[in-house]
Design a protein around this ligand. Structure first.
Ligand code: TXA
Ligand code: MG
Length: 330
């Protein structure tokens, strides 16, 4: 099968401002059961040694996250993944093409998997990914174990794309945050389940459906398949306080307008996700712009965003951020 163009060079980001000593200290902290705010190319994660049940329990407590919602285990490559999960040919091809990078694979847990049952919420499957951020990769290497890391926000709040967001959101719950700069991708990893015969896209994200389908063929959606779901795909998620109005082509009194591309002549954009209509730029700006508008406005009108390529992941986040009325969440 012909190879598609390489994904954006997440790993080639500028050298982050994290000293060797800070990295060593973070690794020691993780090995003694502590939590670390860890930069990745998607969003910041709240990391713990995935093999240490107590450390993993501290993640759930710090986030206020229900413990039925499993965590992604971050590995330094396919070899560490193979110690945790049963890897088939499809998984190998995807790892070869997208790792390190923003693709999480849900695979059967291996019999000898060292990861705590709490991290996988007692499921017989496990989500693994190798992050394309030099700080995250080096941290995993130094710890020598998989790191369980959900996004480093309180449950249901907006995901953090800077170290400052983590500190503002988690405060003392994340006593040490490594500042690896602003996350380049800006939305979370794409999650693909390879548990059944047909691959299922559980969450759209920073690798597009098309890129994945070029490697392993059609992806089904959780609805059309036989009950494979991601426990974390709660309808309400990423919730700002402000009311959101989607596909907006007008702006009401007191509303901020979050534009994408050129705005209609009658509207002045409060912020623009991407003036040049670039979806990668919009993804990178999404959470920080929502945060900024949320701190200043009661209501935010968001311009339509095409639902293709990275737009699928962006629209998924916006829809769930606007789902206040549908579900209270936990
Ligand atoms: O980009 C990302 O994926 C970020 C960074 C930090 O790596 N992490 C992240 O983690 O978004 P979190 O916890 O916010 O989202 C993980 C999602 C949840 O929806 C969870 O239900 C799902 O992954 N998940 C984890 N293990 C699973 C499994 N075994 N089966 C199905 N879904 C799983
Ligand atoms: Mg999250």
């Amino acid at each position: 099968m012909p190879r598609s163009p390489q994904p954006p060079p997440f790993a080639a980001s500028p050298s982050p401002n994290v000293s060797d000593e800070a990295l060593r200290e973070a690794a020691r902290h993780l090995l003694s059961g502590g939590l670390i705010g860890m930069p990745t190319e998607t969003v910041y994660g709240l990391a713990a040694d995935a093999t240490n049940g107590l450390a993993v329990a501290a993640i759930y407590a710090a986030k206020g996250r229900p413990s039925f919602n499993p965590l992604i285990c971050h590995v330094d490559g396919p070899e560490m993944a193979a110690a945790c999960a049963r890897i088939d040919a499809r998984a190998l091809e995807l790892m070869d093409r997208f790792w390190p990078g923003p693709l999480s694979l849900v695979l059967p847990r291996s019999d000898t998997c060292p990861v705590s049952e709490l991290a996988t919420a007692g499921l017989s499957s496990i989500a693994v990914r190798s992050p394309a951020h030099p700080v995250a990769l080096e941290l995993i290497r130094q710890v020598g174990r998989p790191l369980a890391a959900p996004s480093a926000n309180r449950s249901e709040e907006l995901s953090p794309t800077t170290a400052r967001h983590v500190i503002e959101g988690l405060g003392e719950r994340a006593p040490m945050v490594l500042d690896g700069g602003t996350c380049l991708a800006g939305i979370e990893s794409t999650i693909v389940s390879l548990i059944g015969p047909d691959p299922v896209m559980l969450r759209p994200g920073a690798v597009t459906r098309h890129e994945i389908e070029q490697i392993i063929g059609p992806l089904s959606t959780p609805h059309s398949s036989s009950g494979v779901i991601s426990p974390g795909m709660m309808r309400r998620h990423y919730a700002p306080r402000a009311r959101l109005r989607l596909n907006a082509t007008t702006v009401g009194a007191g509303e901020a307008f979050l534009a994408f591309g050129p705005s209609p002549a009658s509207i002045i954009a409060t912020l623009n996700l991407s003036e040049s209509s670039r979806l990668d730029e919009a993804a990178a700006n999404l959470f920080s712009m929502l945060r900024e508008l949320d701190s200043k406005f009661e209501a935010i009108a968001i311009a339509p965003i095409p639902n293709e390529g990275l737009g699928e992941g962006i629209n998924d986040r916006i829809k769930r951020a606007s789902a206040h009325l549908f579900e209270d969440g936990v």
